[in-house]
Design a protein around this ligand. Structure first.
Ligand code: WT7
Length: 642
């Protein structure tokens, strides 16, 4: 195996100015945190508001290490910490800026006071339709302020929010609703994307059919004139009647704050559970230190709030820190990239957090000249998340967006982690293209081999987290404790298994190489090959299928499907692609569908995806002595070559 060495001249350090203002600017923070992680996190928790202080900072079962809890006995409220605590001093500061996609629609600014008022009203609205503490509210909304308002309203009254990405299909919504059994759904009539009106009410209604959903609130974002049924309510009409104040409930630190479904190796998405106290402290502190947030900072996190990045760094993290968060409804290249960059310039964005796939789009579109026209004077920090960022893309981002003066924090984490777990800190560094950095203070990662032994420096292995587990870590999988133990704790028992490969480099720096399981990251979106296969297998003519990831210049990875059919039909490939879009969403569509006579299988019936991957890439297939049907190799080879 090749050893990874950082190239000379490719290590960047913080400037003097950055060091001076940064919250974290010396080794001391790592040292203190590792000496007593519990003390370190407790100090951060003390910067927030608690109705009642916790009596135990961290507790973990010795025999069952996956049972751990943070801030036990504490009582708090995430909405109170996002809004109310800022009111005495920052009532008139902007909390949220929303930019609609159509340019003729004005941007909307909300001060902390305004957002607080809207959230209180929305919380009362939820109560008025019967939502109580502990109830699950599913939110299927595009990037509009009501999405953030709904989440905070839930948090205020102790309802559990379960946000579903609005570009997921009605079927994907249904799968989640059947699992979380929520009785309440919040959606919109539609939204704008790439100049088009996208209807949302219809898929929402379809997804809710046959589930436990009793009531649906509809935001009239697209001003469509549609009729609602008896159990459906217009957001704006309900809001009109609501009182302006609503107390924030005193909630248990270990109560469930939200669920977020994510794809794993099984055919069904799993509901990741995040508990209030731990998540809140983790999101707060990582936002503060990784993006070095200070008063007057303006953060633009481009992730959709339907994913964890949006939860933690477009909604909660910036608000816990009392700064301004920007959200944008549309696509970055619509109507033009100029529009997108103008947002950064116009609002004096100081922290820009985005995904490698978006940067690769900029590179492919040769936006250097356009970018040269922007100064981004206030920009201080750039962030990357979602998939590994290659060196060239990193350097391009640094040069053309960061004007060679803003450090890039390459943040590694997962839906399960709730907040950043590995990254460099702006005032400490180092910033190395292709290397994420160190474990966040108070968190400890290792790289192990198959047998659980640490690999030597510079070698690749499996990335795990050691105890004490970070506060933002999931506390379980909704209604599936078995899956929780199996997926994360069965490989190494006392370590949390991330599902990623990594190198540990000198100085405990990590270079992440990506998923080692059947999860694929398509343009930063997390998808499961098993889920895509399930969707394909629903086609009446499909006998079986296998989906593998293919490298893509822009999207990182794209799914490619190999299918066996029992009858030939013209354009079946298109049928299958359409079916995946319907079952999951357009992001999951296979880029290529190969109809093949059979799939390479072992004697025990296991599909050898490794062989398919090699054939697709025109590489040698390696050892195939375990195959029962070696003749398929030649057959598939011919099909793939066409
Ligand atoms: C997977 C988790 C965490 C927010 C967004 C994704 C990959 C994430 C990085 C990074 C290399 C990364 C991993 C991880 N990933 N960040 N900086 N470098 N890979 O959350 O959708 O749960 O996906 O994203 O493979 O396991 P997610």
């Amino acid at each position: 195996m090749v050893k990874y060495v950082v190239k000379k001249g490719r290590v960047f350090w913080p400037s003097k100015a950055m060091k001076k203002i940064a919250w974290a600017n010396s080794e001391k923070i790592y040292k203190e945190a590792s000496e007593s992680p519990a003390k370190f996190w407790a100090k951060a928790a003390n910067e927030l508001f608690w109705f009642k202080k916790w009596h135990k900072t961290y507790e973990q079962s010795r025999l069952r290490p996956w049972n751990f809890r943070w801030f036990v006995g504490g009582k708090t409220n995430a909405c109170y910490n996002a809004l109310d605590i800022h009111l005495p001093e920052k009532a008139n500061q902007t909390a949220l800026i929303w930019i609609p996609e159509p340019e003729k629609e004005p941007d909307q600014n909300y001060t902390y006071e305004e957002l607080h008022e809207l959230v209180c009203k929305a919380a009362n609205m939820l109560k008025s339709i019967g939502v109580r503490r502990g109830d699950i509210v599913t939110i299927y909304l595009p990037m509009i302020p009501e999405l953030i308002i709904s989440m905070l309203a839930c948090a205020r009254i102790g309802a559990i929010h379960s946000v579903v990405f609005s570009a997921f299909s009605s079927q994907a919504l249904k799968t989640r609703l059947l699992d979380n059994r929520s009785r309440f759904l919040i959606t919109a009539d539609g939204y704008y994307r790439r100049g088009k009106l996208i209807k949302l009410k219809e898929p929402a209604e379809q997804g809710a059919r046959g589930t436990a959903v009793e009531k649906i609130i509809v935001v009239n974002r697209a001003r469509r004139k549609i009729r609602l049924k008896n159990n459906e309510f217009w957001w704006h009409l309900l809001m009109e009647e609501q009182p302006l104040s609503c107390p924030a409930e005193e909630l248990d630190s270990n109560s469930v704050m939200f669920l977020l479904y994510t794809s794993g190796t099984t055919g069904k998405p799993k509901g990741i559970i995040h508990e209030l106290g731990g998540y809140m402290v983790h999101a707060y502190l990582t936002a503060k230190l990784v993006f070095d947030l200070h008063e007057n900072d303006v953060m633009f996190c481009t992730a959709d709030i339907g994913w964890i990045t949006g939860h933690s760094y477009a909604c909660y993290g910036p608000l816990f820190n009392g700064i301004t968060s920007i959200i944008y409804e549309g696509s970055p290249d619509w109507p033009s990239w100029k529009r997108f960059f103008s947002i950064l310039e116009k609002y004096n964005v100081t922290v820009f957090y985005t995904a490698p796939t978006l940067i690769r789009m900029m590179v492919a579109n040769r936006l250097e000249r356009l970018l040269a026209r922007f100064k981004f004077e206030k920009l201080r920090i750039l962030g990357s998340v979602g998939e590994p960022i290659d060196e060239e893309t990193w350097l391009w981002f640094f040069r053309h967006v960061g004007k060679s003066r803003c450090p890039i924090v390459d943040t590694w984490w997962q839906t399960e982690g709730g907040g950043v777990l590995i990254s460099s800190l702006p005032g400490i560094g180092p910033f190395i293209p292709g290397v994420a950095g160190r474990s966040f203070p108070g968190v400890n990662h290792l790289v192990l081999d198959e047998g659980g032994r640490p690999v030597s420096v510079g070698k690749e292995g499996y990335l795990v987290q050691a105890s004490p587990f970070a506060p933002g870590m999931l506390s379980g999988v909704w209604r599936n404790s078995k899956l929780y133990r199996e997926k994360y704790w069965s490989q190494y028992h006392k370590y949390y298994f991330s599902g990623d490969g990594a190198y540990m480099l000198k100085g405990k720096l990590f270079r992440i190489t990506g998923r080692v399981d059947d999860v694929i990251k398509v343009a930063g979106h997390r998808l499961s090959t098993a889920e895509i296969e399930n969707a394909i297998n629903k086609h009446p003519l499909v006998v079986e299928s296998a989906v593998v990831a293919k490298l893509d210049k822009i999207k990182g990875n794209v799914p490619v499907a190999f299918v066996v059919v029992n009858k030939k039909k013209k354009n079946i490939e298109q049928d299958i692609i359409g079916l995946v879009a319907k079952e999951i969403g357009p992001i999951a569509k296979p880029h290529i569908v190969y109809v093949v006579p059979d799939l390479p299988k072992t004697r025990s019936g296991k599909i050898m995806r490794r062989v398919l991957r090699a054939l697709m890439l025109n590489e040698t297939v390696g050892d195939v002595s375990t195959l029962v049907n070696p003749e398929v190799i030649g057959q598939i080879e011919r099909i793939v070559k066409v």
